[in-house]
Design a binder for this molecule. Structure first.
Ligand code: FES
Ligand SMILES: [Fe+2]
Length: 391
């Protein structure tokens, strides 16, 4: 029997009235398809992602440092390549020849014209058709569709982000709040460390991971003391700041020596009444699926990638960057990085069973404790059903 079309639902802007997204939004393939065509086409996604080999050197923006360098990557099952142009400008194109759809760039390389391996069609670094033997005397050729289509791309720190269709807003609007919070951290110089298990398929829809991330209500339960995150921070100082496309959670460290050097962060993170207080971490969420977790030791970048066709699973990307090498060695013992991730992943696995059970009603939000989850559910609803009409 053909499944019924996904029923439109509503997430109320008032937290006191709102109900959570329905469980079907976490388990239906049809809803995931809808999200891939809306949320994941109109926002900025970190590249490269799912094709990062676990043990090999990750394809990174570093390999695009030279002009004319290019790097192929897959995003949500679709092929693209990044191309550094002559004047340093980064371009992104679908890795699909406009003649008969063969991939154009098969491995990272540096070169002049892009030449398709299938029948030799050539493109310049801006993706314009240049020549192809056999196509000299054709009327109305080349057409617009014979050139490569440009994909929106932007760079920040050592990362590249793409939006595969018209973005809801420029990349700057997604990232400026993050940038302003860490004026003393030179993002390009953070040192990437590679570990096993940087890319893992985990239980739970991608939104369950994002919802959990935005949820500070669970900290005193799931990450309770002794030895848990709830003990390492001053829980009463915990703050959630909600912006249009990003959200910040942060708290002061219980032990000030485990906090940030205040020079690294914006002045607003100082406590004028208690100047020795130090921030334990800045936990940034960038809609829809990136978290940037700044600690005194460095940065943990997590991405919750949906897996097309598998709505109840997520590809969890987990990349670590050192700011202070000595503190980096203590990221798990002092800052509980792995422990908190493991506790969250376990809890989400259990929630995912509930979501699939057929017994999961739409929940309500505690107005003081769950502003983050409500913000996220509302933004998903708006992006899927209202598109840009609410901008
Ligand atoms: S597919 Fe590229 S030239 Fe034919
Ligand atoms: Fe958590």
């Amino acid at each position: 029997m053909k499944p019924l079309p996904m029923k439109k639902f509503f997430v109320d802007p008032s937290i006191g009235r709102a109900e959570s997204l329905p469980s079907s939004a976490f388990v239906d393939s049809e809803f995931l398809e809808l999200e891939l065509g809306t949320i994941f086409a109109q926002t900025w996604l970190l590249t490269p992602c799912e094709n990062v080999p676990e043990d090999g050197p990750a394809t990174s923006i570093d390999s695009l440092a030279r002009s004319n360098s290019r790097v192929p990557f897959n995003l949500l099952g679709k092929p693209f390549f990044l191309q550094r142009g002559k004047h340093g400008r980064l371009n992104c194109f679908p890795n699909v020849c406009t003649h008969a759809w063969h991939p154009l760039v098969e491995s990272s390389s540096v070169g002049g014209a892009i030449i398709c391996p299938q029948h030799g069609r050539q493109f310049d670094n801006d993706g314009k058709f240049v020549a192809q033997a056999g196509f000299e005397k054709i009327d109305g050729f080349p057409r617009e569709s014979d050139h490569l289509r440009s994909v929106h791309v932007d760079e920040w720190g050592q990362w590249a982000f793409v939006s595969t269709s018209e973005p809801l807003a420029p990349f700057h609007d997604f990232i400026e709040t993050v940038q302003q919070s860490v004026p003393g951290i030179e993002l390009a110089s953070l040192r990437r460390y590679h570990f096993n298990g940087e890319v893992r398929e985990v239980e739970g829809n991608w939104k369950q991971h994002a919802w959990n991330y935005m949820d500070n209500f669970h900290i005193k339960f799931v990450h309770k003391g002794p030895g848990g995150l709830a003990d390492a921070i001053v829980l009463a100082s915990y703050r959630t700041e909600l912006y249009k496309f990003s959200a910040l959670q942060w708290a002061y460290a219980r032990d000030e020596k485990n906090g940030f050097d205040p020079q690294l962060l914006a002045d607003r993170f100082r406590d004028p009444k208690n100047p020795t207080r130090r921030v334990f971490a800045l936990w940034w969420f960038v809609f829809p699926n990136i978290t940037l977790n700044f600690y005194p030791w460095g940065l943990s970048v997590n991405v919750y990638m949906p897996i097309p066709g598998k709505p109840d699973k997520t590809l969890f990307l987990w990349f670590q960057y050192a700011l202070d090498e000595q503190k980096f060695q203590r990221r798990n013992s002092t800052w509980l990085s792995e422990q908190v991730d493991a506790e969250d992943i376990e809890a989400i696995g259990l929630v995912s069973i509930g979501a699939k059970s057929g017994f999961a009603p739409r929940g309500r939000f505690a107005p003081n404790e769950e502003t983050g989850p409500h913000w996220f559910h509302r933004l998903v609803y708006q992006t899927v059903f209202e598109h840009r009409t609410t901008q």
